[in-house]
Design a protein around this ligand. Structure first.
Ligand SMILES: *[C@@H]1O[C@H](CO)[C@@H](O)[C@H](O)[C@H]1NC(C)=O
Ligand SMILES: *[C@@H]1O[C@H](CO)[C@@H](O)[C@H](O)[C@H]1NC(C)=O
Ligand SMILES: *[C@@H]1O[C@H](CO)[C@@H](O)[C@H](O)[C@H]1NC(C)=O
Ligand SMILES: *[C@@H]1O[C@H](CO)[C@@H](O)[C@H](O)[C@H]1NC(C)=O
Ligand SMILES: *[C@@H]1O[C@H](CO)[C@@H](O)[C@H](O)[C@H]1NC(C)=O
Ligand SMILES: *[C@@H]1O[C@H](CO)[C@@H](O)[C@H](O)[C@H]1NC(C)=O
Ligand SMILES: *[C@@H]1O[C@H](CO)[C@@H](O)[C@H](O)[C@H]1NC(C)=O
Length: 915
């Protein structure tokens, strides 16, 4: 009986916690289809933005992606996505839920309760599935009045998915082509730029890929390719599409051709299964990689090891939806359950960032088909999205590494491999490179001297050993032993008293405590690397070096009262988050004594009360209001007190749910205003992988096998047991039953319940203690949910859009689709869309021709400028101006976003925000 009550109590706590999380987390941008560096579509949900049912999705950097969704109920057409106003009404968004793999919008469309689920699969143990650049959007509906209704659903996508060249002035956008085709199982539309420009980007969008929109074949499926106005009217008026396509190609925009797929569900009370579209953006090859011998390898996506062509890929992906959905639910439960052991806010952070961290990667193989999933040369490439276009940026990888360690450590090995191979012959440079190229996807190689020798050598050694000890794969350690040793020797000589060294945070002052300890942990990592590869005398030597260095470091780093650690040796007024100590815990190298960590924890606790701003605590006092979500979470994982840890997590959460400005949850930002750093924002990128820092500490150590097969064979996994643990899934498919059983079954589920219960209680306690932080309440209003009142609905009543606006025949009486795309006048009907596009042209993102590369970026006192790279002196002029340009581009983009916000407020009646 008591245990029964206990269960009910725990269940109630769980429900409260979940409901609580749902009601309080309102990030400014929500992932919709986020799968690869060049396939990253979001919903801009900042305060004041329209609901999804009357918004266009955006590419991560802001450009509109014309992607529309409709549902027709008893002849009345409701919009669930898009803002063209070719509808009778918009669906009312009731709730939004974010899980690691899914964004779920519950809406009401007349008498139907509609659930729209955007699922971007995360399959860390199946690299074929992980590398498939497709996402799902699915619609389910139930009648709210118990009666059956006639229901049709519709969605389309434009070519904005495949090119960054938008219409400008009187000119159309990039010429694009399209076609419809069928596979054995699916109907699909394909679109691409008429001229594929290999390995180039415009406004962050690749110019060498093909876009897809697909659905499993069924008798009630209809489709059409025509202008947005024609297709959407066709659906509005008849509920069925014409199964025809117009014009093989045209400019992207003016008019806007769209690729539509609709389903007539008939007279139903509820959908028997979700109506599911598959949206994809495919590049192949993905990365040209310059080897150390100077040859260029053409790297293909990993999925090509199983699927020989696009039809096979689409067939498999479309048919897999029910199983993929089950796997996603199991993944989410496992990850969210683990995260709930920290705090409810932590569950939100993890849920928001996981898709983008996995999507930062292109997992590649050499060659391609015919190998039936077997491959021995896997390399992963990361784009420094949100900050720059660098390839495998080492400090960003370091921030992201906890995610890969937790999900599948072998991913970390695949990322390290190209960096290590590139540097084996670079004996002239004693320290590690910062990246292998400045312009993704061109992995052209290392780029010469720089000032981040301690930073990047430390990062590389720490990641090498972390990957090996979690995955058990020591092959990279033995293959690149001499390279690692070269870096370790450099650290031994230089790391104790850093001079003329930059940190990746843009700090240049001498004797940085945090930078020095990173290098020392790097030396200790080398000792472990030596031990794992049977270099016993090296191991002893680095061990004693590291111990001596750590002792000296401690005496230099401590404050004069020995109560905490300084930001800079001897400077009693200095203060910093010593986030690099995280690596000492991650590697279990125990260089920093426990009592020092305990004192430092109390010090952070006092800093949070004296020095924190509404949205966080600085990385280093020298940097003013510059805070980093990533380093906040690294720091949170080092403290010895859960209350202090949860306060740090809370600050990251406060920024994640800060929605008064648009843009994705950033890494580096201003902790007073929330403004995203122009050079290191990391928004939509992988630095936010640092959110997994506490979880990565739970990964067990395994025995490192030095000759773990080929250096690039990722077969050992060492990740969290999701999917077919222990491999990249190349030999088979995931056993869903086993996962669900394993995750939900018995003890694990009990553990989750208990965990949530305990942490819900902790949160309460924390909220009570948060009364110390009254100023936060005063300065910062809490994020608001959207509340759509009847008055708002009124504005979108039927006939707001009228055909008299279009200047073209009503779709119902149209006899044949237009075949003159270039000459048809752009219909006035899509006025809102057109104005949005004009605004976009006025505030373009592309640097080419629109911004002056010589214009300096105005350094802003509280934000890091792009100077850290520019002043390093080692990078060529090209790089420097690119960096400046990037900053400028981002600032222009921020301005554009502000303008867009203003525009939206003008065009659309403002939502009413209750409180
Ligand atoms: C829906 O909108 C269309 C086009 O404006 C209009 O013809 C139709 O009458 C509307 N239907 C309803 C039920 O309001
Ligand atoms: C609508 O559907 C969602 C998802 O299935 C469900 O959670 C919710 O309770 C439903 N709402 C109503 C009013 O039935
Ligand atoms: C349609 O797909 C088939 C293979 O599934 C292919 O042979 C054919 O060329 C495609 N049609 C077009 C027009 O590309
Ligand atoms: C990558 O290299 C190719 C070939 O040299 C070039 O055309 C392309 O512009 C480069 N891409 C970027 C992003 O710089
Ligand atoms: C769509 O077409 C099918 C087949 O012709 C027909 O049975 C169905 O009633 C049509 N749906 C609507 C909404 O007109
Ligand atoms: C380290 O310093 C020692 C002594 O000054 C010197 O002999 C050695 O070459 C240095 N090694 C590196 C890698 O700089
Ligand atoms: C760095 O710290 C060391 C040890 O305290 C000191 O000798 C040296 O002068 C400091 N360097 C600078 C540039 O302050």
């Amino acid at each position: 009986m008591t245990s029964m009550l206990g269960w009910i109590f725990l269940l109630a706590l769980l429900l409260c916690a979940v409901a609580d999380a749902q009601q309080s987390f309102f990030p400014a941008s929500i992932p919709l289809a986020v799968r690869s560096p060049h396939f990253s579509v979001w919903y801009d949900s900042h305060l004041g933005a329209a609901p999804l049912s009357s918004s266009w999705p955006n590419f991560w950097s802001g450009a509109i992606i014309g992607w529309a969704g409709r549902m027709r109920v008893d002849g009345v057409t409701y919009s669930w996505m898009g803002s063209d106003q070719i509808w009778n009404n918009t669906a009312t968004v009731v709730s939004t839920q974010i899980t690691p793999t899914r964004s779920i919008f519950v809406m009401q469309a007349g008498p139907m309760n509609v659930t729209v689920t955007f699922l971007s699969p995360i399959e860390p143990s199946d690299w074929v599935n992980q590398s498939i650049p497709f996402s799902y959007v699915s619609v389910e509906a139930q009648s709210l009045d118990g009666a059956a209704h006639d229901v049709q659903v519709y969605s389309d996508i434009s070519s904005e998915l495949v090119t960054g060249i938008r219409p400008s002035g009187g000119n159309g956008g990039d010429p694009v082509s399209w076609q419809s085709n069928r596979t054995a199982q699916a109907l699909y539309h394909e679109t691409e730029p008429v001229t594929l420009r290999q390995y180039t980007e415009v406004s962050n969008q690749a110019q060498d890929g093909r876009g897809y929109y697909a659905m499993a074949l069924s008798p009630s499926l209809t489709w059409e390719i025509d202008t947005d106005v024609n297709c959407r009217h066709q659906f509005l008026n008849s509920g069925n599409m014409t199964n025809t396509q117009v014009a093989a190609f045209g400019p992207m925009g003016k008019p806007w051709y769209v690729f539509a797929i609709a389903m007539d569900l008939g007279n139903i009370q509820s959908t028997s299964s979700p109506v599911t579209w598959a949206i994809g953006y495919v590049r192949d090859p993905v990365v040209p990689y310059t080897t150390s011998s100077g040859a260029t390898e053409v790297r293909r996506p990993y999925w090509t090891t199983r699927y020989s062509d696009i039809s096979a890929l689409i067939d498999a992906f479309v048919v897999d939806y029910p199983a993929a959905h089950d796997r996603a639910v199991a993944f989410d439960e496992k990850v969210m359950g683990d995260a709930a052991k920290v705090s409810p806010q932590y569950v939100d952070l993890i849920s928001l960032v996981t898709r983008q961290v996995m999507a930062a990667l292109d997992i590649t193989v050499l060659g391609g088909s015919g190998s039936n999933g077997q491959t021995t040369d896997v390399k992963a490439f990361m784009r420094d999205t949100g900050s720059s276009t660098r390839v495998n940026p080492v400090e960003t990888m370091f921030a992201a590494f906890p995610t890969y360690l937790y999900l599948n450590a072998s991913l970390g090995g695949a990322l390290l491999a190209p960096l290590l191979e590139s540097q084996d012959n670079l004996s002239g440079q004693p320290y590690a490179a910062q990246d292998i190229g400045g312009n993704y996807p061109n992995a052209t190689g290392t780029r010469g001297a720089h000032q981040q020798g301690i930073e990047q050598s430390g990062n590389m050694l720490i990641m090498m050993y972390a990957h090996a000890r979690v995955s058990g794969d020591g092959s990279l350690l033995s293959t690149h032993y001499d390279t690692a040793k070269r870096w370790a020797d450099y650290l031994v000589n230089n790391t104790l008293t850093p001079l003329n060294q930059d940190s990746a945070d843009g700090l240049t002052n001498p004797n940085m405590t945090n930078l020095a300890i990173k290098g020392i942990i790097g030396v200790k990592a080398m000792a472990e690397i030596s031990r794992a590869t049977q270099h016993d005398s090296d191991a002893q030597q680095y061990d004693s070096r590291a111990t001596a260095l750590a002792g000296s470091w401690l005496s230099l780093a401590e404050s004069s009262d020995q109560q905490h650690l300084l930001g800079q040796y001897g400077d009693q007024s200095s203060a910093a988050m010593l986030y690099n100590i995280y690596a000492d815990l991650l590697l279990d190298t125990a260089l920093v004594p426990q009592d020092i960590l305990a004192k430092q924890t109390q010090y952070y606790n006092s800093l949070l009360q004296t020095d924190a701003s509404p949205l966080g605590l600085y990385i280093d006092k020298v940097l003013g209001n510059t805070a980093s979500s990533a380093w906040t979470l690294f720091t949170a994982a080092t403290v010895t007190d859960d209350g202090v840890r949860n306060q740090l997590v809370q600050y990251a959460w406060d920024r994640a749910s800060f929605n008064k400005t648009s843009g994705q949850f950033p890494d580096v930002y201003n902790d007073a205003t929330g403004a995203i750093s122009s050079s290191r924002g990391g928004n939509a990128g992988s630095a936010l992988g640092a959110m997994f820092a506490p979880l990565a500490l739970t990964m067990p150590n395994t025995t490192i096998t030095a000759d773990g097969g080929s250096p690039l064979n990722p077969s050992p996994s060492g990740g969290v047991p999701i999917g077919n643990n222990g491999s990249n899934g190349s030999n088979g498919r995931t056993n869903v039953g086993a996962i669900v059983g394993g995750v939900v079954g018995g003890a694990a589920f009990l553990g989750i319940l208990a965990g949530v219960g305990i942490f819900f209680w902790r949160r309460r306690r924390q909220q009570a203690s948060a009364s110390n932080y009254h100023y936060k309440e005063d300065l910062l209003e809490h994020p608001h949910p959207y509340q759509y009142e009847a008055a708002y609905e009124q504005e979108y009543q039927p006939n707001r859009y009228t055909d008299t606006n279009t200047g073209r025949a009503d779709a119902a009486t149209r006899t044949s689709p237009t075949d003159a795309p270039y000459t048809s006048p752009y219909p006035v009907s899509s006025k809102a869309r057109e104005r949005a596009r004009e605004m976009e042209q006025r505030y373009p993102q592309s640097p080419s021709g629109t911004t002056n590369p010589t214009t300096p970026v105005a350094p802003s006192s509280e934000m890091i400028s792009s100077g850290s790279e520019a002043s390093s002196g080692g990078l060529d002029a090209n790089t420097v101006s690119t960096t400046d340009l990037l900053g400028l581009r981002t600032e222009v983009e921020n301005l554009r976003r502000v303008m867009q916000g203003i525009r939206e407020e003008r065009l659309d009646p403002p939502p009413l925000y209750g409180n």
